[in-house]
Design a protein around this ligand. Structure first.
Ligand code: ADP
Ligand code: MG
Length: 706
């Protein structure tokens, strides 16, 4: 079959014609295979060019069996000396292989077909590749890749590193390799393929796209294998640069599109000033600065989209309240949306306490608001009597119509999808006007990343805690010291302090976590009969959770056993001790969030990170970091270094984790360059910028213009 989309003469603008060719053009791709590939997002030739190996196997040489080292992948060739099949707990096949070095290696299989087992007759020549590990009788390779060789067969060794591609369900590794090789054979000429200006490549000493792709897919013999495996080879860096550039441009264009909308400027700070005067505390310098930034944005006739980052307890809510008052002062409405009922309710309490004395009507809309109360709230929102509306996802539902929404505030925005955030924005918009948006997060993002993650919005940081907070003292403790810990809780509560006991199980269902929490609750209740022990977990009804939380907040409970449902925002000043179980399995960001629940009052607080030994090196470093610092920004940097950005940001939020080539943890150093080049291309070479986005991000922007 010929390449279908190729037309003579000039190629279609924006797309490399060969790159856009459907994979059905390749030999061996029928409807079934095409479907399997499409399920992994592989639909065009270009998708295969960019489907990079996840590793390499060095099959250019044979290693004598005697010289094999545990943990070091190698290729060997030998004859079958003995075969053993077993069925002890599960089927098993062991093949002993010997070579001229007079040593023996065991190939071990747990999954195999009868025919496969039958191939291994004593004396047969086998070439195998894999990573040897110490076994019961010397080294063994579990599930090696292998080929059987005829005696006549003198098939040569590979002449380059063999790429290993990410597995695609239903398409075997050999087929995958063949298809990618075919796709590469159709790489078009540079005039179509290369998008980056030659001067730029020269200046940064980066190879062209063709050379980069070929190097990565078919590394030459003398390639720097270490760099390739680490992902730092110039060929890989060039690909990552192009991808990051495309994403940057795409996000900047969204920003530009957003700024083409009109918004009503909100310029009257009188009410916000009155709130400030009434507060029982003075704003921190950081709060002042951030409010000034918000104030300046709101005065513009284009919609604000500003992210306020601030550590737990830094006081984001009051800044949000002052912003809301800018809308109210203009006779319009503001909405504040939070990801959980608990948190939304806490905001409601704060806002009512602050705003009602100013004569402002605050309405409440959450899932549990039903019947008459709901109809009344909806009517108030629709006719404008409600000047500020606080709620959960319920705010975005159909049937919720605002009279005149001027400002949408989203708390803990990483817990919402981009689409949900946009849904709230779309509640405004009379006559093409778009509400201003303020999004808040307590998950600080390293500065370098913020540049990539938030290229489409403006970022403020509340990088200072209100005065008088004593830092939380953090202790790392092995699970075996639990009895001692229980005594500590007994003593603390006897002094009138309150404590959290956080149960975590990773990668299990809500159900299982709830059971674990229940069991811990029962155990602690029995061990501490004099204490009032509460329980809150995700499987409880919302109303039950509220009751448990409220009881704790009001001091009617000494020890609260909880799952991570208490993660976000909940404020209980007297809680000054927190125990986190299985802390070694949590990420830094989550540990930091959890710990932020204590240390909100004036009492000295402590946090005990309980772990199950033995600790991996990585877990040890995480816990050590927690012990050493309470600064969310420092923790975020460390998190990025240790773990990479995927989890840090959440895929839903930005689509960043969906990079094909780039890895923000590894490539963060390139971001300033990406920023600079991206701005330059947008300004000077818009058509080229368009093609980059087309190639990497796709025509239909994955997230609508924010
Ligand atoms: P977060 O940024 O985590 O959302 P909050 O807005 O919930 O933090 O604020 C945490 C607590 O600190 C609240 O009780 C709030 O009233 C209080 N607070 C906020 N700003 C100040 C300040 N400048 N001085 C003292 N307390 C403050
Ligand atoms: Mg908050």
């Amino acid at each position: 079959m010929a390449t279908p989309r190729r037309t003579r003469g000039t190629p279609a603008p924006g797309l490399a014609p060969d790159g856009a060719t459907a994979l059905s053009a390749l030999a061996g791709v029928g409807p079934r295979v095409a479907e399997k590939l499409a399920a992994r997002g592989l639909e065009t030739l270009q998708d295969l060019w960019l489907q990079l190996p996840r590793g390499y196997e060095d099959r250019t040489a044979l290693t004598p069996i005697r010289l094999l080292q545990p943990g070091v992948a190698a290729q060997v060739e030998g004859r079958v000396e003995a075969v053993e099949r077993g069925f002890r707990y599960r089927p098993m096949l062991r093949v002993a292989l010997g070579d001229d070095s007079r040593a023996t290696l065991v190939l071990r299989f747990f999954h195999f077909r009868a025919a496969q087992a039958a191939q291994f007759q004593p004396g047969v020549r086998v070439r195998a590749y894999g990573t040897p590990r110490p076994g019961q009788r010397g080294l063994e390779i579990v599930h090696p890749s292998y080929t059987l060789l005829d005696d006549a067969d003198a098939s040569g060794l590979g002449d380059r590193l063999d790429p290993v591609y990410p597995a695609v369900e239903g398409v075997g590794p050999a087929t995958m390799k063949r298809l990618i090789a075919q796709a590469l054979d159709r790489l078009p000429g540079d005039e179509v393929l290369e998008l980056l200006p030659p001067a730029l490549l020269r200046e940064h000493r980066l190879p062209g796209l063709r050379e980069s792709l070929l190097t990565v897919h078919r590394p030459p013999r003398d390639a720097d294998v270490g760099a390739l495996l680490a992902g730092t080879h110039p060929a890989q860096r060039r690909l990552a640069l192009e991808e990051l550039l495309a994403h940057h441009i795409s996000m900047r264009r969204q920003r530009i599109a957003r700024r083409a909308h009109a918004a009503t400027p909100l310029a009257d700070p009188a009410l916000a000033e009155r709130l400030r005067e009434q507060l029982p505390f003075a704003l921190t310098a950081a709060q002042e600065r951030v409010f000034a930034e918000v104030h300046a944005d709101l005065g513009q006739p284009v919609p604000m989209l500003r992210l306020v980052q601030g550590d737990v307890g830094s006081g984001k809510t009051v800044v949000a309240a002052m912003a809301a008052l800018m809308a109210v002062a203009d006779g319009r409405q503001a909405a504040l949306m939070a990801p959980t009922e608990l948190l939304a309710e806490q905001h409601l309490g704060n806002l009512r306490a602050w705003l009602e004395p100013l004569g402002i009507e605050v309405a409440w809309l959450a899932g549990k608001v039903t019947g008459r109360a709901r109809s009344r709230a909806l009517a108030d929102v629709a006719d404008g009597r409600a000047q500020v509306v606080v709620g959960t996802h319920a705010l975005m539902q159909q049937g919720v119509a605002f009279h005149d929404l001027a400002l949408a505030i989203v708390d803990e925005q990483h817990r919402f999808g981009v689409h949900q955030r946009l849904a709230l924005r779309d509640k405004g918009g009379e006559g093409g006007r778009v509400p201003h948006q303020l999004v808040m997060t307590a998950t600080p993002i390293p500065r370098t990343l913020a540049m990539a993650a938030y290229a489409d919005l403006d970022v403020s940081a509340i990088d200072e805690l209100p005065p008088g907070r004593t830092p939380v003292q953090t202790v790392v403790m092995a699970e075996g010291r639990r009895p001692e810990l229980i005594e500590r809780i007994r003593a603390a509560c006897a002094e009138g302090r309150q404590a959290y006991w956080v149960c975590t199980i990773i990668d299990e269902s809500d159900e299982v976590v709830a059971q674990a929490a229940q069991a811990t609750f029962e155990g602690l209740s029995a061990a501490l009969p004099e204490l009032r022990v509460g329980l809150v977990h995700g499987r409880m009804k919302a109303a039950e959770k509220q009751v448990a939380m409220r009881t704790f907040k009001e001091g009617g409970c000494d020890l609260l056993v909880a799952t991570t449902v208490i993660e976000v925002g909940v404020d209980v000043p007297k809680a000054s001790l927190m125990v986190i179980e299985n802390a070694e399995r949590l990420g830094l960001a989550q540990l930091h969030q959890l710990r932020g629940r204590v240390g909100r009052g004036s009492a000295a607080s402590s946090c005990v990170l309980l772990y199950q030994p033995p600790l991996s090196a990585m877990a040890r470093e995480r816990l050590e970091t927690m012990r050493e610092t309470g600064d969310g920004f420092v923790i975020a940097e460390k998190d990025l270094e240790l773990r990479g950005p995927g989890e840090l940001l959440g895929t839903r939020q930005t689509g960043l984790a969906a990079f094909r080539v780039a890895d923000l943890a590894r490539d963060a150093g390139m971001l300033p360059l990406v920023h600079e080049l991206g701005e330059g291309l947008l300004r000077d070479r818009p058509a080229l910028a368009e093609r980059l986005v087309e190639r990497w991000v796709g025509g239909a922007a994955r997230y609508a213009s924010a």
